[in-house]
Design a protein around this ligand. Structure first.
Ligand code: CAA
Length: 293
């Protein structure tokens, strides 16, 4: 239903794009369409929000190489689009993503994976400067759980399931499951999930433990994520992007260094027109109109 309400733009596989070319409304969207020939994802814009939908339903959005290349390209395009202030990443109601594509990787050898730095390009999503909200319905398993954790905020549908079942395949998580999950749910539960391949988290458990910040009915999930993304996109982009960078930095650096970075960025923002606008608007009892300057 929400999809029908989208009034701005949708990119589809190129074959389908020809017939719907009239729906593209902005130069940025045209650029996105021209640059893409997506087979496994859909992209849309909704106001200042970019929406990326994993669209490989027969394989429960298993994250094959080509799908991830497309996700990276779509994220980069939205990151470079001055009209976009935040991004939502979602899947289907049945599966956000059921993990890396097992059938595609099952015959890989150590030398292949090492020489080609298998999964190395999955880390590109962490280079996106704009905030990304993962809207997770259904299965977020293995690489699917790791992809959600690579985003900045996770909202979950009521039937979402988070797990790291890689151990059942004779491997371990390879895209952050042994690292980000610990910080999100604590050592004991992370160990249980990673080492047993079970102990999956329901949406409610994930929220209680702090992995997820909001749980909503499945059919409202994307709307809810877009609402929050729209709110973020209405703020001054320099402060939003610095805020994101600094929260992520807290995972990487000692507290004293993080606090120093924070103060330096805080001070730097006094050089922006948006700081003058934001504080001026408060003093004048009106809403700010940020211009990203
Ligand atoms: N890779 C490739 N194909 C997958 C897949 C995956 N990760 N997950 C599901 N599929 C495919 C199935 O093979 C099946 O295809 P066919 O119809 O051609 O047989 C189709 O999706 C539907 O799946 P099921 O019939 O299994 O659906 P289900 O509802 O009975 O079960 C499920 C759903 C519990 C998610 C089950 O599909 C499953 O266990 N999937 C694998 C989950 C997993 O192990 N993920 C970790 C992958 S490894 C990884 O991600 C490494 C990393 O850290 C990056």
């Amino acid at each position: 239903m929400f999809r029908n309400l989208i009034s701005t733009s949708i990119t589809k596989p190129l074959s389908a794009q020809k017939s719907s070319a009239r729906t593209f409304t902005s130069a940025a969207v045209l650029r996105q369409a021209a640059a893409s020939n997506y087979q496994h994802i859909l992209t849309e814009t909704r106001g200042k929000v970019g929406l990326v939908t994993l669209n490989r339903p027969k394989a429960l959005n298993a994250l094959c190489n080509d799908l991830f290349v497309e996700v990276n390209e779509a994220m980069k395009n939205f990151d470079e689009d001055a009209n976009i202030g935040a991004i939502v990443l979602t899947g289907s109601e049945k599966a956000f993503a059921a993990g890396a594509d097992i059938k595609e990787m099952k015959d890989n050898t150590f030398v292949d994976t090492y020489k080609k730095d298998f999964l190395g390009h999955w880390a590109k999503i962490s280079e996106v400067k704009k905030p990304i909200i993962a809207a997770v319905n259904g299965y977020a398993l293995g690489g699917g759980c790791e992809l959600a954790m690579s985003c900045d905020i996770i909202y979950a549908g009521e039937k979402a399931v988070f797990g790291q079942p890689e151990i059942n395949l004779g491997i371990i998580p390879g895209a952050g499951g042994t690292q980000r999950l610990v910080k999100a749910v604590g050592k004991s539960r992370a160990m249980e999930m990673v080492l047993s391949g079970g102990a999956n988290l329901t949406a409610t458990e994930a929220q209680t433990l702090g992995l997820v910040s909001k749980v909503v009915p499945a059919d409202q999930l994307v709307d809810e994520a877009i609402k929050t993304a729209g709110k973020i996109a209405s703020k001054s982009q320099a402060s939003v992007q610095m805020g994101k960078e600094l929260v992520n930095k807290s995972y990487e650096v000692p507290l004293s260094a993080g606090l120093r970075w924070e103060r330096a960025y805080f001070q730097a923002l006094f050089g922006t027109a948006d700081q003058k606008e934001g504080m001026g608007a408060f003093a004048e009892k009106r809403n700010p109109n940020f211009t990203n300057n």
